[in-house]
Design a protein around this ligand. Structure first.
Ligand code: CDP
Ligand code: MG
Length: 735
């Protein structure tokens, strides 16, 4: 079912008469979501008014003295803020008064835990203090890890500005597929995954004098593994300083892990946040978000709104809907500026997040989890929290990994609410009931290491020479069966031998900063003489969600354009066609525009591709092409992704081979209507069903060719010609 179907009525509406429009506008602003408390009697009253006569109300709103005053005040603080130099802003941060104490503490202790509310200046200030204190004196760097790439980039940009240097010189960042540092760099922000990889080339981190593991509370897989690695090197590099910095109350746990390292607490400043719940559960939280934003915009004093959504597609949908509705309301409401923030946001758009809101306007930021703690956005007064986040989950029983939208934890919900009270008292609107908060949300988010596939992590650790993973120093050890399964997978891929030691193939796979399956696929291209194609496909898959552009008013054109790229054997090949045709036009923007392709994503694919080509050279694989023949492309893909294979079963459903799970081809796939007998998928996405995304057709006999130690001929016999066992059909229906 199309996610956007419910907005169809908005299109229909265009043909309807004016009185209808008024009604629609009133409805848009009036669908009641929140009962304001006693404190908000006035707002509620206004809200009633809104129901009576929306247009009058909106006019009244602009005449209302108190609103004017609020607007003036905002304007003043705005001017104030502009007057404040960067230096003054720095001095106003909660960490500033503790600068000397902090430096002294770092001098005194090898490992220090820093705890402080989000926005206190841990990420941007502490590294600068250390530079000032001379920790980078003898050509050594200060490193600071971030769980998210956008955070690493934007924080580095901010710090470069504060220090008055060019980004990439003294202050730089390094993220997967992008290194923006130079010989002059003394302060380096990087993702935790990047540091993890740096261990491969520099196991003692000799170029660093201080390493800051920032946002430790996020407990990403890489951060968790870094804890064990840095703890170990701290033992034989006594002069290396380690800072573990965290926003929430996990400090004791970190301290205990690092042999009772002292905790440096930065006292927080926090204003009260009123929390509102919906009376009944929301069926459609995207719509609820849009309505709530407009409701706040119409009834609440000025101040920016932060909305937490689960991913880029939701953010784009919400942005479209909001912009559309605002356009319809025209001059009847104040200006509403909609700004998106998500992991793959192009860097030129990142700056928008931090631009001050113009006087008398309101900014609404549509963000993923990234705004929960990694990025601090000033002047947020209202938070809308639908209560969901996208999570990578791994089922160690079936070995299947999928991305799904899950309810957040209470700890997360409280972090989100906290974003509203940084600069003034705020309000948080939870799009779930108080009962759900109390009874349905878990206390804490389960650390990533306990819920995802460890294939990549295990490969990296093995490449670092850490063989005994069962006894690795984990803050929270992953489930035993997950570790075992990762070892089995790596064995099946040929990365480990039967003693669990890294093979030559495994060592080459570890060179690639990608999932082991993708690494294997790239290496297999050597044998199948299609390295050019596989590198392109790997690059395209890395940016897959946002290649095709589908504007609401041109859906038919966009879909037709997309169909032109469809390849009969599946999506990997379609992506390959898109890239190659684009390359033929000399990477033209115009071509992208005409074919409804996102230029930005293509540019990124091109960058990633270049990086991969470099890595292929490192493992000494020549770049050759097998085109126009494409069988080898599919074989090479199968050599990497042979776990991800499913066979057609009844009613257009598929069953995975080893675990007999029911899965379906994603409606966006070029094979959606083809239903080949055997398919290979790139990833599973769980929405209403378990969907396979990016699918190609394969032949079952290839599996015996590429993974003879994993598949037995018997498993791959085609059962479709055989009689189904009794009741099998029904069992399938109920699954
Ligand atoms: O790390 P922590 O949450 O303690 O704070 P921070 O990220 O160092 O943020 C300190 C201040 O810098 C906040 O007021 C942010 O809004 C501001 N900042 C900014 O203006 N632009 C950035 N790219 C990053 C931070
Ligand atoms: Mg921070």
């Amino acid at each position: 079912k199309g996610e956007r179907s419910e907005y169809v009525e908005v299109d229909d509406f265009e043909k309807q008469p004016n009185s209808e429009q008024k009604k629609w506008e009133a409805e848009q602003l009036a669908s009641a979501r929140f009962q304001f408390g006693a404190k908000d009697a006035k707002a509620e009253e206004e809200y009633e008014l809104l129901l009576d006569d929306q247009i009058d109300f909106i006019q009244a709103l602009t005449l209302d003295g108190s609103r004017e005053k609020a607007a003036k005040e905002t304007e003043l603080t705005e001017k104030e803020r502009k007057r404040m130099t960067l230096e003054e802003t720095r001095r106003s941060l909660p960490v500033y008064p503790f600068k000397e104490d902090l430096i002294a503490a770092v001098r005194e202790h090898q490992v220090l835990i820093i705890e402080g509310e989000t926005g206190s200046g841990k990420t941007t200030q502490v590294p600068q203090y250390l530079v000032e204190a001379g920790f980078t004196a003898d050509k050594k760097m200060i490193g600071c890890t971030q769980p998210r790439r956008v955070a690493a980039m934007s924080v580095a940009a901010r710090v470069a500005e504060e220090m008055g240097v060019k980004l990439g010189n003294e202050v730089g960042y390094s993220i997967r597929f992008e290194d923006c540092t130079s010989d002059r760099t003394i302060l380096k922000y990087m993702t935790d995954g990047t540091l993890h990889r740096e261990f491969l080339s520099e196991p003692d981190l000799a170029s660093y004098s201080v390493m800051i593991i920032d946002e430790a509370h996020e407990r990403t897989l890489h951060t968790d593994i870094l804890f064990g690695l840095v703890k170990d090197i701290a033992r034989f590099r006594p002069e290396l300083k380690l800072l573990i910095s965290s926003a929430t109350l996990d400090a004791e746990k970190f301290s205990a892990f690092f042999d009772d390292a002292p905790i440096f607490r930065i006292p927080g400043r926090r204003y009260p946040v009123d929390i509102f719940y919906t009376k009944a559960p929301e069926a459609d939280y995207i719509d609820a978000c849009c309505v709530s934003v407009l409701q706040i915009h119409a009834t609440q004093p000025l101040g920016d709104i932060l909305v937490f959504l689960t991913g880029q597609d939701e953010i784009e949908t919400c942005q479209e809907v909001l912009q559309d509705r605002v356009k319809r309301l025209g001059s009847k409401i104040r200006e509403l500026i909609v700004v998106p923030v998500y992991a793959n946001l192009p860097s030129d758009m990142q700056a928008k997040i931090f631009e001050p809101t113009p006087p008398n306007a309101r900014k609404v930021i549509l963000a993923t989890n990234i705004a929960e703690t990694s990025l601090t956005i000033d002047n947020i007064i209202y938070v809308i929290d639908p209560g969901f986040a996208k999570q990578n989950n791994f089922n160690s029983r079936t070995g299947m990994e999928s991305l799904m939208v899950v309810p957040i934890s209470k700890a997360s919900a409280n972090q989100r609410a906290g974003r509203a009270g940084r600069t003034a008292p705020g309000k948080c609107f939870r799009l779930y009931t108080a009962w759900a908060y109390k009874h349905e949300l878990e206390e804490n988010t389960v650390p990533e290491i306990c819920r995802i596939n460890l294939g990549n992590a295990v490969l990296m650790l093995k490449a670092l020479g850490i063989n005994d993973l069962i006894h690795f120093d984990f803050l929270d050890p992953p489930p035993h069966e997950t570790l075992v399964l990762a070892l089995e997978q790596l064995y099946a891929l040929g990365a480990l031998n039967h003693h669990g030691e890294l093979t030559k193939l495994g060592r080459r796979m570890a060179e690639f900063p990608v999932d082991p399956m993708m690494g294997k696929m790239l290496l297999a291209s050597e044998k199948y003489k299609c390295s050019e194609e596989m590198v392109t496909i790997a690059a395209m898959l890395s940016v897959n969600s946002a290649i095709f552009y589908r504007p609401k008013d041109k859906i038919i054109h966009a879909d037709t354009a997309r169909k032109n790229f469809n390849h009969m054997h599946g999506d990997h090949l379609s992506l390959l066609q898109v890239y190659n045709q684009w390359a033929e036009t000399d990477y033209s923007t115009q071509w992208c525009y005409e074919n409804f392709i996102q230029y930005r994503s293509m540019k990124r694919a091109r960058d990633v591709r270049e990086q991969l080509v470099g890595l292929m050279q490192r493992v000494e694989i020549d770049m050759v092409s097998c085109l126009p023949e494409t069988i080898n492309v599919r074989k090479a893909a199968t050599a990497g992704y042979f776990y991800h294979v499913a066979r057609l079963s009844k009613g257009g459903n598929y069953k995975t081979i080893k675990h007999n799970q029911t899965v379906m081809i994603h409606p966006n796939s070029s094979l959606f209507e083809e239903l080949p007998r055997w398919v290979l998928y790139h990833e599973l996405v769980f929405t209403s069903k378990e969907f396979m995304r990016q699918v190609i057709e394969i032949e079952s006999k290839w599996l015996l060719e590429v993974a003879p130690h994993y598949y037995k001929a018997k498993e791959l016999e085609d059962s479709t010609n055989k009689k189904m066992p009794k009741g099998a059909g029904r069992a399938e229906m109920t699954q």
